[in-house]
Design a binder for this molecule. Structure first.
Ligand SMILES: [Cu+2]
Length: 129
């Protein structure tokens, strides 16, 4: 005797995967970064890179790779961030996390005016995606 007592449900999952074609942009300078460190070097007498665009919350690492003292001061005269000369001699490092989107111009008061000379700009912007 043959009694089919088992119902078999056929389930067919069709998964359409489309993951090909990655576009690598490893060589993009300017460092758009998400929760990573972005290095800015103070070399006698420029900041490198002079302009950096970062995600909010990125840790910025200023390092004095030159042979002279430098400092990092907000060009708008504020004191919410930045590092004074005595804490930023050769080999010193200064870390800051900027969370508010905006434009943060800065300069070294030893080698620049707020708008010319040893200056730089940080753009804090959330990527729209
Ligand atoms: Cu300087």
């Amino acid at each position: 005797m043959f009694r089919p007592t088992t119902l078999v449900f056929g389930l067919a999952f069709v998964v359409v995967g489309c993951g090909g074609g990655g576009t690598d942009e490893d060589d993009a300078p300017g460092a758009v970064a998400d929760r990573v460190e972005v290095q800015i070097q103070a070399i006698d007498n420029t900041f490198r890179p002079e302009a950096a665009t970062v995600e909010p919350g990125t840790e910025l690492v200023f390092s004095n790779g030159g042979r002279n003292d430098h400092n990092v001061l907000p060009a708008d005269g504020g004191d919410e961030w930045g590092v004074a000369t005595e804490d930023f001699g050769p080999g010193d490092e200064y870390r800051v996390v900027l969370t508010e989107p905006g434009t943060y111009p800065y300069y070294c008061s030893l080698h620049a005016t707020p708008t010319a000379g040893m200056i730089g700009t940080i753009e804090v912007a959330a990527s729209g995606s």
